[in-house]
Ligand binder design. Sequence first.
Ligand code: ATP
Length: 333
Amino acid sequence: MAETRDLVLEALVASAGAPVSGEAIAHDLGVSRAAVAKHVASLKESGFEITAQHGTGYSIDLATVLAPPAVSRFLADPASLHLLGGGDTGSTMDDARALVERGAPDGTVVLASRQTSGRGRLGRSWESPKGGVYFSLIARPTIPVAEAVSLPLAACLGIAEGLDSLGAHASVKWPNDLELEGGKLAGILMEMSAEADCVAWVIIGVGINVLRPDEPIERAAYLESSVPGLPLSQVAAVAVDGIRSAIAEAGSAGFASMRGRYERRFVALGHEVVLTNPDGTLVAEGIARGIDEVGRLVVARDDGELIVSSGDLSLRAHPTRRADRDSGPLAVS
Ligand code: ATP
C-alpha cells in the first residue's frame, strides 16, 4: 500500500500545477491537515519544489517535477514499472544498487531531479543540476553475459528513438553518449552482475540535459534548445520506455537487429577517429567503419580492420576518405 507521503505527492501532481489546499488533501486522504503539512515539508526536504501560498494551498510545477506519478502518466505501460525517488539524491546508481541487492524486481526505476555525486563511466562525474532527467533502471534480462555488453548501446538507441517521438533527433556517439547539434545531450552507464554465464541484473543509469542551467556545462547540449517546453517527466518516460523496448529487443533478437539503426545515427561513421585509454594512451586510429553484432567498434586502418571493445572516441577535426580495405579483423579491448 502506498505511503501517505506518496499519496500527498500524487494529489499535488493530480492537480496539474493548480494550487490545492492542505484541507482538501487531508480530507481526500483521511488524515489531519498537520499530517499533510508534515509530508509536504518532508517532500520539500527531499528536493521537490512545492510552493505554499497562503489562502490557496500547495502547488508543484509540472514542467520541472520528476515525481513518479508525473512520469507514470506518460509511460506506455506504467503497471510494469516501479518508480521511486524523484527529488534530490547522491547518485541514482548507488540507490539502485542498494535496491537490487535487496532483490528489487525488473522494472524498478530510481528517479532524481538533481544528483550531488552523479557518475559517468570509469568514475568520471556526471554533472546533474536541476533541469535534467536522471534515473537508474534495474533490469533482469535473460541474456548471456557476452551479449549484455551491447546493452548500453541498445539503451542509447532506445532513448534516441524515444526522443524522436518528441521531435528531437539525437545522434549516438559510441559507446554510450547521445549527441544533439554537436553537443553532449545524454550519457548512459551500465553496471551488471552475472551468475555463471547469465546476467543476474543490470542497472542502466541515464543523465539527460533538458533545461539549460544558468551556467551551462561545457560542450553539453540541452533538449529545450531543439524542442522547447517539454516536461521533464515526459522526457523521462520516453527514455524509460525506449530503454525497456531496446532491452526486450536485445533479448529476443540480439543487438544484431539494432546494429543498422545504431550505425545510421552514429556521428563518427566513415570519419577518421582516435581511440584512447582512460590514461590518454592510444588504442587505435583509423576510419570508423561500423559496429559489429555485439556492439564493438570496427576501425579500418592501413593494415586491416581492428575490432575495439572499449575506449574514448574522438573525431579528428577534418572529415576524410572512407576506407575500403578488407583484411582480417584484429581484436582490441
Ligand atoms: P566523453 O564522451 O567526454 O569521452 P565518457 O563517455 O567517457 O566521456 P561519460 O561517462 O559519458 O564519459 O561522461 C562523463 C564526462 O561527460 C565527464 O567527464 C564530463 O566531461 C562530461 N559531462 C559531465 N556531466 C555532463 C553533462 N551533464 N552534460 C554533458 N557532459 C557532461
